[in-house]
Ligand binder design. Sequence first.
Ligand code: PHE
Ligand code: FE
Length: 288
Amino acid sequence: MTMTPVTYGGSRRPPRGDYSVARPDYTCDQAWDSYTQAQHELYARLFARQLRLVQGRACDEFLRSLANLDMGARIPRFEHVCERLGHATGWQIIAVPGLIPEEAFFRLLSQRRFPVTVWLRTPEEFDYIVEPDLFHDLFGHVPLLFDPVFADYMQAYGEGGLKAQRRNALELLARLYWYTVEFGLIDTAHGLRVYGAGILSSPGELERALTDAAPLRIGFDLRRVLRTRYEIDDFQKTYFVIDGFAQLFEQTAQDFAPIYQQLLPLPSFAPGRAEPGDRLFGAPVSTC
Ligand code: PHE
Ligand code: FE
């Protein structure tokens, strides 16, 4: 899941998916039996390619948890993954028809329920897809929900989203999601690694996020992130690098109300431009 029809590019297009089957909280059944053989095979191909690409690039917490996804021979049954996840961190995954409204999304996260889209991209969208589909949601997001600290961060984010809505600060808070959950990098003993789902589920961005010289890689700073705009339809020009999930959790645990008050009147920063005070990382030459 990325964000919502509104945040996701401000597109007027209705989100893709069959919303007639959704319950009032936007959840639905996965209807696993309705996937075709061709869809299972497409999923297996997506999984195999990405499994190869994440080696040496994704953080260890992600790589360790991938095995919980049935290793990609077919589209997993959500209930199987959900059972393992429940034992690990108490999170559930639940089926949704596609992008859902912000409020419903935050509420689910605050209840430790992660929404996963039921539909899979078409073969024509093998390399690139605009809206989050089943593969992005499951492969990109679910493994880290097995990590206890990251799992707590996601729940806190959901609670923070409900609060940001009341304070008209969603634009700021959405940037935090974007630059951490979707496009975050992490500094490890083996060098920079990826933990953001938007990178992990994208072959092109995964190959370039760590090694391309063009994008900025800036040490995580909460206020800097909240002020930085992002682009949804191109490779990122700026990434933010955390030292670990504990740092991420600690820096976001404080009350954001005074921070919103301070930042809302200030101008935002353009992606791809360094600002005074940025702690910049160079691009590693090789990732393996
Ligand atoms: N501490 C934040 C607040 O008071 C909530 C939050 C936690 C937001 C974690 C994002 C991530 O609003
Ligand atoms: Fe997402």
